[in-house]
Ligand binder design. Structure first.
Ligand SMILES: [Fe+2]
Length: 471
């Protein structure tokens, strides 16, 4: 009799979870657990309710307890993977998804999440083979194809990315977003006219598609048609005032059109690019001791990975999320960066016509990563499209960067240069900033910047960050 009521209770809880009544489901499950504290199904479902509420650590704990009692419960391994993935532990999540698949080989949701976790963990080959295997099993899943194409685009594999986007368009010919992605990839692959064809189709499907106007602007600029590039950027800025990438395209267009008063206001490096010294945090005798602690933390970080081509960096090493636990000395740096950002915002000029100034966020969070460059390692010209402002703290630099005899500006950060496709015409606008250990450079995210290779064996270690507005 008790079993029947327990099973009924579980059924009710499951229906409540499916209906989004999480608090009610938790009441029912806690009643069951007060009678049978180790009931694996009830523990697992309680964990699922926490997962839906974003209470990932609690979800992890409940599901682990469930698995102690029932270690062959495939769905519990899957959901434990989800809880760990959400806590930015993709490697641990991979182990869980694999266990779920071993217990239940046709568990497609677990295979999908496994592929996503490989992608997030930068295990691109394994991610690709897992996505491709899934695509055979789910041949009508367009989202899967687009996700794989996005990943291949990120790592610079344009030909297969283009093929996949075209496959997705054949299956979903009315989706403006996919045409836009394809157009962007074609443009990166220097197929500008093809790119233009697809972006015009994207805009025909959705004339108010902000990203499509931005891609349109970029493609026009790549073809040295600045007036068209400017019109598209302005259209994008009507939809989202101050949007970082659109401002960057607009500045490029204005530069190609000869500058002007509005250009001068946004490209005012003296006002907006600010190098500032960071105070020695408590507990360190000087900035060098603090920097040495950061060097050890970055160089020995379990998430440090090396690559030839990753996003805008060539031949480097990176820790993607340096604010993840254990933070060690980075906790002090985080506090310092928050202070510098608040100060930057408080001291912005009073300019009612500058969308960057006018969209300064009231609430924001910082996203931060570390990179190590040596020899030919460099960052190609880029902006930080997701952020409002960005910064970079210099931890350890090779000797050449400390020398007065450095005519090539080795290791410097250069502002203003766009890229080889459309160099800035007003070359006197270029600004080289000399990084120094203990210095943070703060700048608007729309400003193009790149780094000059050091050509040195000694590492150039920096911790970069983005200030992302929070609504
Ligand atoms: Fe950057």
């Amino acid at each position: 009799m008790q079993n029947v009521s327990l099973n009924q209770g579980l059924q009710i809880a499951m229906q409540q979870i499916n209906a989004g009544q999480l608090g009610q489901a938790q009441n029912v499950l806690n009643q069951i657990l007060s009678k049978v504290p180790s009931h694996p199904d009830a523990r697992h479902l309680l964990g699922v309710t926490y997962l839906s509420q974003g209470r990932y650590k609690e979800a992890e704990n409940e599901i682990r307890t469930s698995l102690k009692k029932n270690p062959t419960f495939a769905m519990a391994h899957y959901n434990l993977g989800n809880a760990l993935f959400a806590q930015e532990e993709p490697d641990k999540a991979i182990t869980c998804f694999k266990k779920a698949l071993k217990l239940k080989p046709d568990y497609l949701q677990a295979q999908r999440r496994l592929a996503d976790a490989y992608y997030t963990a930068e295990k691109f080959d394994q991610a690709e083979s897992t996505y491709r295997d899934l695509m055979k099993k789910l041949p009508h899943d367009v989202g899967l194809i687009v996700t794989l194409a996005d990943m291949l685009d990120t790592i610079g594999q344009w030909d297969p990315a283009i093929a996949l986007y075209k496959q997705a368009i054949d299956m979903k010919p009315d989706e403006s977003v996919i045409y836009t992605k394809l157009a962007n990839t074609l443009n990166q692959d220097a197929q500008h006219e093809e790119a233009e064809k697809y972006i015009l189709k994207a805009l025909e499907l959705n004339p108010d598609h902000h990203s499509a106007h931005m891609a349109h602007s970029y493609i026009m600029l790549s073809q040295k048609k600045p007036a068209d590039g400017l019109a598209a950027a302005n259209r994008a800025l009507e939809i989202f005032p101050g949007e970082t990438t659109a401002v960057a395209w607009k500045m490029t267009a204005l530069d190609q059109l000869g500058g002007g008063e509005e250009y001068d206001r946004y490209m005012d490096f003296d006002t907006f690019v600010r190098p500032e010294w960071v105070d020695v945090p408590d507990g360190y005798k000087d900035i060098d001791e603090f920097n040495e602690a950061l060097v050890q933390h970055v160089e020995n970080h379990p998430k440090l990975f090396a690559f030839d081509h990753y996003e805008v960096t060539r031949y480097g090493k990176e820790v993607k999320d340096i604010y993840s636990e254990p933070m060690g000395p980075v906790a002090h740096l985080k506090a310092a960066m928050e202070k510098h950002v608040a100060n930057y915002i408080a001291n912005l000029p009073d300019d009612p016509d500058n969308q960057f100034v006018q969209t300064a966020p009231k609430k924001w969070r910082i996203k931060s990563w570390a990179n190590i460059l040596a020899g030919p390692g460099r960052q190609i010209a880029h902006i930080h499209g997701e952020a409002w402002m960005s910064g970079c703290y210099y931890v350890r630099l090779p000797d050449i960067m400390k020398s007065d005899d450095n005519p090539k500006h080795s290791g410097y950060i250069e502002f203003g240069q766009i890229n080889d496709e459309f160099p800035m015409l007003e070359t006197d606008r270029l600004k080289f900033l000399q990084p120094k250990e203990g210095l943070v450079a703060l700048f608007p995210s729309y400003l193009y910047h790149s780094t000059v290779p050091t050509e040195s064996e000694q590492p150039r270690i920096a911790i970069a960050f983005d200030v992302v507005p929070v609504k």
